[in-house]
Design a protein around this ligand. Structure first.
Ligand code: ZN
Length: 299
C-alpha cells in the first residue's frame, strides 16, 4: 500500500491551483466592475465642471469674457491639438471667435490640402469659414528650424485685422514655451507681446504649456487643475448677458474644460485633418490634457 501522503499530494496541489485561479478570477472581476465606475465618475465630474472659469487679481471686480477673440496659431491642426477646449467653450458662451493661422503647414508639401482641412476643422469647432484666415507667406514657412521674425508676424496680424475691419477684444495664442517648444509657436508668442505693447487688443492671453510630468495624464489632469482652481474662480456667464466690456474687467486667467460631448466634437475636428492622422496623433488625442482643458493667462 502506498503511503497516505504520497496519494494526497497531487490532490492538494490541484486544490491550491483552483483556489489561486478563483482568487485571480475574483480580482479580475473586481477590476471589471471598478473600471466603468471610475470612468463614469470622471465623466460625471467633467460634465459638472465643464465650461469657462475666470479669475481676477482683484476679488472686488467683475470679470467678463471678451466679446470677440482672435486665435493665433502657427500651423493647421494647432487649433485642435492645443486650443480646442478654449474655442469650443468661447463659441458656446457666445463669443465671436476669429482665427488666423500663420502658415499652410507646407513642411511636407501638403499646404494646399492642409489649409482646406484647417477651415473644415474650425467649422467642426463652431467657427464659420468667413472668420478663418490663413497666410502663405514665404517668410513664414512651416519648419522646426525656420525662424520667424516676430515683428513681421505682428505686422501680418495687424494687416489681417485691418482686412476684417473690426476691433477684436482679445488675442489668444501660445506662451513662451509654445507647448512643444516649436520655434514657430514661440514666434506667435513673441509677436503677441509686440501687439500687446502697441495696444492692438484689450487683452492678450497665452496658453499655459503643461509640464511634461502632467502633460499626458489625459482627462484626470485637466479635471484636477480645474478642481484646484475652484476656490479662486467664478464660472463665466454667456457673453450676451454680461455687462458692457468697459464696465467690467477682462479676467486674469481663463480656464476652459470641455464636456464629454465637446471632447467628441474635438475628435470630429481632428478627423478633418486627415492628412495629419498618423498613429502618434491618435495616442495624442486620447492622452494629451490639452484635448480636454486649457488654461489661458493674461500677459
Ligand atoms: Zn504647430
Amino acid at each position: 500500500m502506498a503511503p497516505r501522503f504520497a496519494s494526497n499530494a497531487p490532490m492538494q496541489q490541484t486544490q491550491r491551483t483552483r483556489r489561486a485561479a478563483r482568487r485571480a478570477f475574483t480580482h479580475r472581476r473586481s477590476w471589471l466592475v471598478a473600471l466603468p465606475v471610475v470612468v463614469l465618475a470622471l465623466l460625471s465630474l467633467q460634465s459638472l465642471l465643464s465650461g469657462l472659469w475666470l479669475t481676477s487679481s482683484d476679488s472686488a471686480t467683475t470679470e467678463t469674457l471678451p466679446r470677440t477673440a482672435l486665435v493665433l496659431t502657427a500651423h493647421p491642426d494647432d487649433e485642435v491639438m492645443f486650443f480646442a477646449p478654449t474655442i469650443l467653450a468661447l463659441v458656446g458662451a457666445g463669443v465671436h471667435v476669429f482665427a488666423l493661422c500663420l502658415s499652410t503647414g507646407n513642411a511636407d508639401g501638403l499646404g494646399s490640402v492642409r489649409h482646406r482641412e484647417l477651415v473644415q476643422a474650425y467649422n467642426a469647432l463652431g467657427v464659420p469659414e468667413d472668420r478663418v484666415g490663413w497666410l502663405d507667406d514665404r517668410k513664414l514657412q512651416d519648419g522646426m528650424r525656420t525662424v520667424w521674425d516676430p515683428t513681421h508676424v505682428a505686422g501680418r496680424v495687424q494687416r489681417y485685422l485691418d482686412s476684417l475691419g473690426l476691433q477684436i477684444d482679445a488675442l489668444i495664442t501660445f506662451d513662451s514655451m509654445g507647448v512643444s517648444s516649436h520655434a514657430n509657436h514661440i514666434a506667435c508668442h513673441q509677436a503677441s507681446l509686440l501687439l500687446r505693447d502697441q495696444g492692438t487688443f484689450d487683452a492678450v492671453y497665452a496658453l499655459h504649456s503643461p509640464r511634461l510630468a502632467t502633460k499626458y495624464l489625459s482627462l484626470p489632469s485637466s479635471l484636477l487643475g480645474t478642481l484646484l482652481s475652484l476656490p479662486l474662480s467664478q464660472r463665466a456667464v454667456a457673453a450676451h448677458v454680461q455687462p458692457p466690456i468697459d464696465k467690467a474687467i477682462l479676467p486674469q486667467t481663463i480656464r476652459a474644460l470641455s464636456s464629454p460631448s465637446q471632447y467628441r466634437q474635438s475628435l470630429e475636428a481632428m478627423r478633418r485633418h486627415a492628412s495629419q492622422l498618423v498613429w502618434f496623433r491618435y495616442v495624442y488625442i486620447v492622452l494629451s490634457q490639452l484635448m480636454y482643458g486649457n488654461l489661458l493667462v493674461l500677459l
